[in-house]
Structure formats: C-alpha cells, structure tokens
Design a protein around this ligand. Structure first.
Ligand code: FAD
Ligand code: FES
Length: 292
C-alpha cells in the first residue's frame, strides 16, 4: 500500500501559489459588503469549493499580516478557462476598510488556494447554512452540487445533489449579499433577518429547523458564520441526526501552517482533544468533533 504523507495532501500549501496580482473590479454588493475581482489564473484553475486565499495590500506594511478570505467564485477568460477569482468581504477593520478604497489596477499579494475545502458528496438534499458574511464559500459549492460547474485540476467528479437549500441569516435585509447569485443557480433560498425586514424574523437556526422537518432522503449540512451560530447549527443538526460540517473563520496570521495562531480544539477520538490548525487541517471540520 502506498504511504500517503498527510503533509503533502492535495490541499496543503506546498500546492499553493503566492502571487502579486491586479484588482480587476472592486465595488459594493450590499451594506458594508463589497466584491473584489482579481486576476490570478493559477489559483482559479486549481481551487475547489470551500478553499480560501490569504491577501495583503502589495507594497504596504499596514496591516502587516494577511487576511484569510473565502473564494466566492472563479470567473472565465475569453476561451472559458478560469482567469481569476471573486472575493466578497464585509468592511470590518483595518484590512477591509483599506481594500474597499482600492481601485482597479492596484496590486494585492495573494497566496492560495488554501485549506481543505468541502468534499464533493452526492446527497438528496444539501443544506447550506450561512450567517453574517458566511455565505461566501457556498456559491462554488452550489455551482458544483447543481452540476453547473466543475472545479480543480483535474476537474473533480461532479457529485450532483437532488436539491440545494441555502438558509441565510443577517441583521437586516440590506446586509444580505449575493442572494440573487444563489437564486440564479437554482438554489432554494430561505432568509432570516433579526429585524424582520426580509424573510423570517429571527434566527437562521429557526429556518434550518423548518427546512429539516420538510426534508427527505439523505442530507448533509454545511455551515459558515459566527462561531456561536455555527455551534447552534451543530446542535440542531445533531437533534435531527444530520451530518454537519462547519467552515471556521478563526483569525489567521500565515495561512500555511507555520504560526499556530489559528488552532481549534478537536476531539481526538480517544476521549480527549487536541489542537488542529484551521488553515491546513480545516477550515472545514466535522461539527460533531469540535470542542466549542
Ligand atoms: C478561512 C476564512 C475565510 C474567511 N472568509 C471571509 C470572507 O469571505 N469574507 C470576509 O469578509 N471575511 C472572511 N474571513 C474573515 C477575514 O479573515 C477577516 O478577519 C475580516 O475580513 C476582518 O479583517 P479586517 O482587517 O478588516 O479587521 P481587523 O482589523 O482584523 O478586525 C476587526 C474586528 O474583527 C475582529 N476579528 C478579526 N478577525 C476575526 C475573525 N476571523 N472572526 C471574528 N472576529 C474577527 C477583531 O477582533 C476586531 O474586533 C475569513 C476568515 C477565515 C479564517
Ligand atoms: S494561520 Fe498560521 S498556522 Fe494557521
């Protein structure tokens, strides 16, 4: 049997590219939320759904440390080959405020694709649960699950799902970003807002519970958002005996497994726990194994 060195898994950073690339477009998508498009064919060709990139403003030392950002989707060149990626970001602190001011042509240092991403698995009903800016890894997942697009080099097999639902919660209607992108793909979108300005008034977990009650056949939940929301989703998934994977947004410094700033406590399978690095062993983990 061939020994597989886990330090050289397909998604480990020795497969990633570090590059300085121009911004193609950068503009608002929703309140405090922008989409930036960057030209980076090498990254776009190899990435799989759920992977992320690290980004810095090229030539600037403030902020010094890169930021992790999920890949929202790839875009094609004139001959339909992946030419680059879109990233959707919420304007929050130092990096994202500066990024929002960047114009086309300005350069970014980008390294990726990074992280394990979501495995492609065929189920009858794939349920995506997003809170805040947590919808960003799910466009590629939906594209793949509904058979619109393949990702990776070589393109990974198309694990078609019968139905894809997105349960998406935000504070208010003006903070929901990219809803139309999901609807266009044929995703059944179920919204929740805290102030009731669109969709269900309340939490996305209420919406999820209703979707699970009306769901039949094999199913799988993928979740991304604030930690407390992911913990609550993991609880709902366990109550409904549904496998659930979460994509963590742990703060990161290097993104390539060196600094250990991104560790999370995970069950070790022997009654104890051990630290795992979100950047190389995640960001996607089995929700049932996380020590929240
Ligand atoms: C795998 C991964 C994917 C991500 N994908 C996206 C994405 O697609 N879009 C997006 O907008 N963001 C994403 N993030 C979060 C992103 O990395 C940054 O944390 C975020 O953009 C804020 O950076 P900033 O420099 O603007 O804010 P900062 O100046 O770094 O911080 C602003 C405030 O946010 C807090 N903060 C910083 N980082 C985090 C964090 N990770 N979680 C919770 N609070 C934090 C700080 O304590 C501070 O209060 C992702 C993170 C990870 C790990
Ligand atoms: S961010 Fe450095 S080890 Fe994960």
């Amino acid at each position: 049997m061939t020994e597989c060195n886990p330090l050289h898994a397909a998604h480990y950073p020795d497969q990633a590219r570090c590059t300085t690339v121009p911004i193609v477009e950068n503009g608002p998508l929703a309140r405090d939320t922008h989409r930036v498009r960057i030209q980076c064919p090498e990254i776009a060709r190899t990435l799989v759904p759920g992977q992320f990139v690290m980004m810095r403003l090229a030539g600037f030392n403030d902020p010094l440390i890169g930021r992790a950002l999920a890949v929202y989707d790839t875009f094609p060149d004139a001959v339909s080959q992946p030419a680059g990626i879109d990233v959707v970001y919420m304007v929050k602190g130092k990096f994202t405020h500066r990024l929002a001011e960047c114009r086309p042509g300005q350069l970014l240092d980008v390294w990726g694709p990074l992280g394990n991403g979501f495995e492609a698995k065929a189920v009858d009903h794939l349920i995506l649960v997003a809170g805040g800016i947590g919808q960003t890894p799910f466009v590629t997942v939906a594209q793949e699950a509904l058979g619109h697009r393949q990702y990776g080099t070589p393109p990974r097999s198309n694990a078609r799902c019968g139905r894809v639902t997105l349960c998406y919660g935000a504070r208010s209607a003006d903070m929901l970003a990219g809803v139309g992108d999901f609807e266009q793909l044929g995703v059944d979108v179920q919204l929740a807002t805290e102030d009731g300005s669109r969709g269900h008034r309340g939490l996305v977990t209420d919406v999820l519970a209703g979707v699970l009650r009306g769901s039949h056949g094999s199913r799988r939940i993928l979740c991304c958002g604030p930690e407390r929301m992911m913990q609550a989703v993991a609880g709902v998934a366990a109550q409904h005996e549904t496998p659930c994977e979460v994509s963590l947004e742990s703060p990161m410094a290097c993104g390539i497994g060196i600094c250990f700033s991104c560790v999370v406590k995970l069950d070790d399978g022997q009654g104890g726990w051990d630290y795992r690095r979100t950047c190389v062993e995640g960001p996607v983990f089995d929700a049932a194994k996380i020590r929240w």
